[in-house]
Design a protein around this ligand. Structure first.
Ligand SMILES: Cc1cc2nc3c(=O)[nH]c(=O)nc-3n(C[C@H](O)[C@H](O)[C@H](O)COP(=O)(O)OP(=O)(O)OC[C@H]3O[C@@H](n4cnc5c(N)ncnc54)[C@H](O)[C@@H]3O)c2cc1C
Length: 467
């Protein structure tokens, strides 16, 4: 390698930009690498997108940062945004089941309920469902567990179908948007996986974990940035220095050359020669790029499925909305077959969104109970969501303003065997040592996990390029 190494970062979402920023500060063989970010859209940010709505700015993609994974808060600190982070005013949430909203037990959003009593008192389970869950206490241990199984298979076996469908499904669905009977226990619910291995009964395991974890752990579970999470993207962009940013071009081939470099081809006919590349794109896009140069890796990538989701922002006259209980919103089990899969009472959850006393802002997610609803025309979609809201919380009139964001093939599905698949993928890419995959499809799809993966891929590339 002569002179400064040339590195491409394909994909200008949070993963790619976190990787690019890390590399702008690196020295490789005493040189600053020359960086190019290539993004298919005109706009950087990927799933992170903020937009003016109802007199304020709202997030159309992710809306909150999990504080337990430190990468996002650390990045906010480094970008001088830390002092602006806000916590939700409400953190309790409900499930819309058995005909009304029922509060989810405290602690469950952090992964486990604070004991089993609150679960039973919540009324989310019917008396029969609760009795079935109790059978777990008497069941023998499940025998030797498979290395991985679905969340559904464990929860149905130990606690019964109601516990799965009314409690675990809406919770996991809110994050992964998927089917718990296919989602990997190890990848999506590692704490449940560990409890099931360590304890004969899942309920006893939950109780022991509840006692071991102090209820008030201190800070909030989630935080966000007033003005929208896209401020992270503008903050990162500002730090890219002399990085070349090419937007509106899609990379469709990565071709290794005999001298160890790579050629990236884009859909505009551009040919970019680089020493290394980080592919921070969805699995299906990486699959296309690697089809010829790494067919085994491409086949593994093809196995990572995606689901679609729509986010519908609604502004109502305050007088049209009955007083909302002190919660952040509610989740809807898939089995209810509703258009709505979750609703955040945005203007009572986040202090910065309560800009007008005469308006109530709701953020609604669509796609789990009725996947086809994400493709409905805008008016029908808004009307279907509004009628679900009428049934759930008694909204009395249509919204005065709305915005629909459709996210096609947005949520990678960590199906059973996901972690093993990712390991195989890494092995299948060993013959391309300076190509790295990073992002939501692999080791966690939350924004903090994506930042951590982008930075990790950048360190790996820097190491691989060091003489
Ligand atoms: C509706 C919704 C709500 C969410 N809520 C939260 C939340 O509250 N908190 C949280 O932590 N996470 C949340 N997530 C998840 C999180 O937003 C994403 O997992 C994360 O932003 C993904 O970042 P990424 O950079 O890996 O991928 P993306 O954001 O998908 O970025 C990939 C980029 O690659 C580009 N690209 C694709 N193909 C090519 C190509 N061939 N050539 C060049 N560029 C290409 C794309 O245009 C895109 O910009 C949510 C996701 C969605 C969809």
């Amino acid at each position: 390698m002569n002179g400064a190494p040339q590195i491409a970062i394909v994909g200008g979402g949070i993963t790619g930009l976190a990787a690019a920023r890390w590399l702008t500060r690196a020295r490789i063989g005493g040189e600053r690498p020359r960086l190019t970010v290539i993004e298919a859209e005109q706009r950087l940010g990927g799933k992170i997108r903020s937009q003016a709505f109802a007199g304020t700015t709202v997030d159309l993609g992710p809306e909150a940062l999990l504080t337990a994974v430190p990468a996002a808060l650390r990045l906010c600190h480094e970008l001088d945004l830390e002092d602006e982070l806000v916590a939700p005013l409400q953190s309790r949430t409900a499930v819309w089941t058995r005909g009304r909203l029922r509060e989810l037990p405290a602690g469950i959003l952090g992964g486990l309920p604070d004991g089993i009593g609150p679960v039973l008192r919540s009324g989310i389970l019917s008396p029969i469902g609760a009795a079935r869950a109790g059978v777990d206490l008497m069941l023998p241990a499940g025998g030797r567990m498979e290395p991985d199984e679905s969340v559904g298979s464990l929860v149905r076996r130990r606690l019964g179908s109601e516990a799965l469908e009314r409690m675990i499904d809406p919770l996991l669905g809110g994050i992964y948007g998927g089917d718990p009977d296919r989602l990997s226990l190890r990848a999506t619910a590692p704490r449940l996986h560990a409890l099931a291995r360590e304890h004969r009964s899942l309920i006893r395991g939950l109780m022991a974990a509840g006692q071991a974890t102090p209820v008030a752990s201190g800070g909030p579970t989630f935080m966000t940035l007033p003005g929208g999470l896209a401020r992270l993207i503008t903050g990162l962009q500002r730090e890219l220095g002399p990085t070349e940013v090419i937007s509106g071009e899609r990379v469709h081939r990565v071709i290794p050359r005999p001298d160890g470099r790579y050629v990236l081809r884009t859909d505009t006919g551009r040919r970019l020669e680089v020493d290394a590349a980080i592919l921070a794109v969805p699995a299906y896009a990486a699959q296309e790029m690697l089809e010829e140069s790494a067919p085994t890796a491409a086949a593994e990538l093809a196995g990572i499925e995606y689901t679609s989701v729509a986010v519908v922002w609604l502004a109502f006259r305050a007088a049209a909305v009955p007083s909302l209980p002190e919660r952040s919103g509610f989740l809807v089990p898939r089995g209810e077959r509703r258009t709505l899969s979750a609703c955040t009472w945005a203007s009572s959850k986040w202090p910065h969104l309560a800009t007008r006393p005469d308006r109530v802002l709701l953020r609604c997610s669509v796609g789990r109970g009725r996947p086809e609803a994400t493709r409905l025309d805008e008016r029908t979609l808004v009307s279907d969501v509004t009628s679900d809201l009428r049934a759930a919380i008694g909204i009395r009139e249509p919204p005065v303003e709305w915005h629909v964001a459709r996210w096609e093939r947005a949520m990678p599905q960590y199906h059973v065997g996901h972690l093993e698949r990712v390991e195989r993928l890494e092995v299948a890419l060993r013959h391309l040592p300076r190509i790295r995959l990073a992002g939501a499809a692999y080791h966690g799809m939350g924004v903090p996990q994506c930042i951590a993966q982008g930075e990790h891929a950048a360190t790996q590339i820097a190491t691989a390029l060091r003489p």
